[in-house]
Design a protein around this ligand. Structure first.
Ligand code: 13P
Length: 250
């Protein structure tokens, strides 16, 4: 049995006071929820305060990015040690927005994953194809390449601290969710590939989240699919009532 994970990626939203208000409300709303893991990923500036509010709850905190070095002359960057120190237990790595706008590559993704694991952070590795890649029949090739290069030299004990998020770029922030069947096909491919490069047991255990316009109205149909183990939610995670509804999917 894989415990479902519902994670909220706030992206570049919320000041510290807004973040505190959101999680204070959220923790009350879902305090009796059982049988699922919940993660929120605030911007760097709010990690520390959000972690303080969520201390002694089952809601974990994630960073949205890290640098691969622990310290040094890298103006504007934040290291794995720093986000851990601020209270993050997870870090999102390889989000398509970072790949698209900030020059993230499979090689930097791999360096960041190694750095995160070394510091004891758990990783949410994002992969997914663009509309153009899907329409030209390259989806599986893209996913395979992102997994192969992103997970280069990661050992079996490392993969246990990694969650994969399948986020088709064409479904992010567009309101255009992948159908459960389209998502399931990609998730199954990812699970089979992880089983192939590690082993069947690891493939069965790894959690694969779907991301891209997840809402209270489509979460249940997505979660009904065999290989969908949860969701990475963007826009709909900003409002604590809406996010709490997604967390409590039937
Ligand atoms: P939306 O839910 O806003 O489409 O964003 C998905 C996402 O990118 C989560 O990381």
């Amino acid at each position: 049995m894989r415990t479902p994970i519902i994670a909220g990626n706030w992206k570049m939203h919320k000041t510290i006071s807004e973040a505190i208000e959101t999680v204070s409300h959220l923790k009350e709303k879902i305090k009796n929820v059982k049988g699922r893991e919940v993660i929120v990923a605030p911007p760097f500036t709010a990690i520390s305060e959000v972690s303080r509010v969520l201390k002694d709850t089952f809601i974990a905190v994630s960073a949205q990015n890290i640098h691969w070095e622990v310290k040094g002359a890298f103006t504007g960057e934040v290291s794995p040690i720093m986000v851990k120190d601020a209270g993050a237990e997870f870090v999102i790595i390889g989000h398509s927005e970072r790949r698209q706008y900030f020059g993230e590559t499979n090689e930097t993704v791999n360096k960041k994953i190694k750095a995160a694991l070394k510091q004891g952070l758990k990783v949410i590795l994002c992969i997914g194809e663009s509309l153009e890649q899907r329409e030209s029949g390259q989806t599986f090739q893209v996913l395979e390449e992102e997994l192969k290069k992103g997970l280069f030299e990661i050992k079996s004990d490392g993969i246990e601290s990694i969650v994969i998020a399948y986020e088709p770029i064409w479904a992010i922030g567009t309101g255009k969710t992948a159908t459960p069947e389209i998502a399931e096909e990609a998730h199954k491919f990812i699970r089979d590939y992880i089983s192939k490069i590690f082993n069947k047991d690891i493939g069965e255990k790894i959690r694969i989240l779907y991301g891209g316009s997840v809402k209270p109205t489509n979460i249940s149909d997505l979660m009904d699919m065999e290989d969908i183990d949860g969701a990475l939610v963007g826009g709909a995670s900003l409002d604590p009532d809406t996010f709490a509804e997604i967390v409590q999917f039937k």
